[in-house]
Design a protein around this ligand. Structure first.
Ligand code: ADP
Ligand code: MG
Length: 258
């Protein structure tokens, strides 16, 4: 049976301020979910909380992954269990190539699982990297680029998608860049997810970009407003949103029948 990420009645505060107010969401291996919602609704707060960022305090609720409550677990422990969180390594690393970074990430995981591990042999690593780059239709020269050094939004996402392909997570959470509507970045994420999708991968794509369906075909769409998921549905929900915006949901909320 596949693993699932189950978010149950999750309440999260940042600097004592309640931001998430009872989020419920289940993402299973093999499923593609999109989480949408206006700016400031709490989407990135959810992503940061799932990743285990220390500034995000879980005040109530649970995050169950593969049957285990992971709220108290460190980021790397979550990662080792097969949860992938984009933005895990957002910093520029001068002098470290994409390939070296990925090899370190794989070796850290292997060492955590077995302290005796000597690391992935370089020929094996190269083969795996080329295989994944081919799958993602990436130019092999990308592996030789210095990580995040002058990367565009799209290139940062390309590095993240490649990292995801290499680590083969069970559930991945992709948050959009916070730099507004970066269509290039969204396209990279969408194409990557489309190429990697399959029965072993569950994905939660977080975006406020309403035309996401032009690039990716999620089976489930959720809308977050004011720290709660107020609507869930299929791809038609995103289409409805594209046409009508968030106003109808605000009205529905105000009328108390959401
Ligand atoms: P979204 O990603 O949906 O645009 P966010 O999760 O970034 O929304 O923000 C939700 C609310 O939480 C906003 O009011 C924002 O100001 C606040 N917030 C999020 N992260 C922090 C933080 N690290 N420090 C202070 N406030 C934050
Ligand atoms: Mg955000």
């Amino acid at each position: 049976m596949g693993a699932a990420l189950e978010i149950r009645n999750l309440h999260v505060s940042v600097e004592g301020q309640p931001i998430l107010k009872g989020v419920n969401l289940v993402v299973k291996q093999g499923e593609i979910h999109a989480l949408m919602g206006p700016n400031g609704s709490g989407k990135s707060t959810l992503a940061n909380t799932l990743m285990g960022h220390p500034a995000y305090e879980v005040t109530a609720g649970q995050i169950i992954f593969d049957g285990v409550d992971i709220v108290e677990l460190e980021t790397d422990e979550r990662s080792r269990m097969g949860l992938f969180l984009a933005f895990q390594y957002p910093v520029a690393v001068p002098g470290v190539t994409v390939a070296n970074f990925l090899r370190n990430a794989i070796n850290a995981r292997r060492k955590a699982q077995n302290p005796e591990d000597k690391g992935i042999p370089i020929p094996e690593f190269r083969k795996l990297l080329l295989q994944k780059m081919e799958l993602l239709q990436m130019d092999p020269s990308f592996g030789g680029r210095y990580l995040n050094d002058g990367f565009s939004g799209g290139e940062k996402k390309r590095a993240e998608i490649l990292q995801m392909a290499m680590l083969e997570p069970r559930i991945a959470i992709m948050d959009e860049t916070d730099s507004g509507l970066d269509i290039d970045a969204l396209r990279v994420v969408a194409e990557g997810v489309n190429r990697l999708r399959g029965p072993n991968l569950g994905v939660l794509v977080i975006t406020h970009y309403q035309r996401i369906l032009n690039y990716i075909k999620p089976e489930f769409v959720h809308i977050m407003m004011d720290g709660q998921i107020v609507e869930s549905g299929g791809p038609d929900l995103a289409l409805h949103l594209e046409e009508h915006g968030y106003v109808w949901l605000r009205e529905k909320q105000a009328n108390g029948d959401a």
